[in-house]
Design a protein around this ligand. Structure first.
Ligand SMILES: Nc1nc2c(c(=O)[nH]1)N[C@H]1C(S)=C(S)[C@@H](COP(=O)(O)O)O[C@H]1N2
Ligand SMILES: [Mo]
Length: 251
């Protein structure tokens, strides 16, 4: 897959407005103002032009440079290579039941525009599908197609600050993970809501999970509820990492 860092330039102004403003859907991207008060980024505090510019600005130079150095694509496979039953459900504890109708993904931390996004809002963002190999340290792998949004595209909406170095993921089952920002913003790191062309099942992480060919299975949090950009890692780095598994866990 080619990482197209100029994709935003191909959007027409109308498309930009539809995507960033989710115009016509009656949806607003919410966020917290510096005062901590919950606001919409489409509140009168910002002009519509500002919203469009902010949402599609490239990431700050420090992060762009980091990404440029680290973004070698991992192999992708043709649709015919998908192994429909090979992905084993691997959940350490009870499966959480998240109502997709009321679900909101929180994106916050060291970002200029914290957001809360519903599934329709996430689904209005550019859709990416990829067929990759999922590898679990327990000794199995599966070629799977994931569909969803790039974390990179989400980052362009929230605009991580230059000091952001890590991305922390909280899940509905109390699972937690942390990634280096370059891996999190790799073009093949997705927040997936589809598996093999179907809506993601609850067992596999619905409504939203991480999927990436550059990290081992345990880094790929299911039922992601909150994504926090941060400049330092907390002592609890990851559910399996804290049991002694490698933190970076790159492939
Ligand atoms: N929230 C959460 N995410 C998780 C896990 C989990 O137990 N809880 N297990 C991890 C492990 S070890 C693997 S291999 C994959 C498995 O994904 P699957 O169950 O959809 O096959 O999810 C990862 N993400
Ligand atoms: Mo795993």
């Amino acid at each position: 897959m080619q990482f197209d860092r100029t994709i935003h330039r191909r959007f027409s102004r109308r498309q930009l407005l539809q995507y960033t403003g989710l115009a016509g859907m009656g949806l607003a991207l919410g966020g917290c103002s510096p005062s901590g008060k919950f606001t919409s980024i489409f509140s009168p505090l910002h002009s519509q032009t500002d919203n469009v510019r902010n949402a599609f600005e490239p990431l700050n130079q420090r992060i762009e440079e980091l990404l440029f150095k680290s973004q070698t694509p991992a192999p992708e496979y043709p649709i015919s290579a998908i192994e429909p039953n090979a992905l084993l459900v691997n959940t350490y504890d009870a499966t959480p039941q998240i109502d997709p109708a009321t679900y909101k993904l929180i994106v916050d931390g060291e970002v200029s525009h914290p957001l809360q996004l519903s599934m329709p809002e996430l689904q209005a963002m550019p859709f990416i599908a990829m067929v990759i190999r999922h590898i679990c340290v327990e000794g199995w792998s599966a070629i799977v197609q994931w569909g969803g949004v790039r974390l990179y595209d989400l980052a362009r909406l929230v605009q991580p600050k230059p000091q952001a170095r890590y991305v922390y993921f909280e899940s509905g089952d109390k699972y937690y993970e942390s990634w280096d920002i370059a891996s999190a913003l790799h073009p093949q790191t997705l927040l997936a809501y589809q598996k093999n062309g179907q809506a993601l099942s609850v067992e596999n992480g619905a409504p939203l999970r991480l999927a990436s060919p550059i990290k081992l299975g345990y880094k790929q949090s299911k039922w992601v509820t909150r994504i926090t950009f941060t400049n330092e890692l907390p002592s609890r780095k990851g559910y399996w990492v804290d049991e002694g598994y490698e933190w970076f866990a790159g492939l």
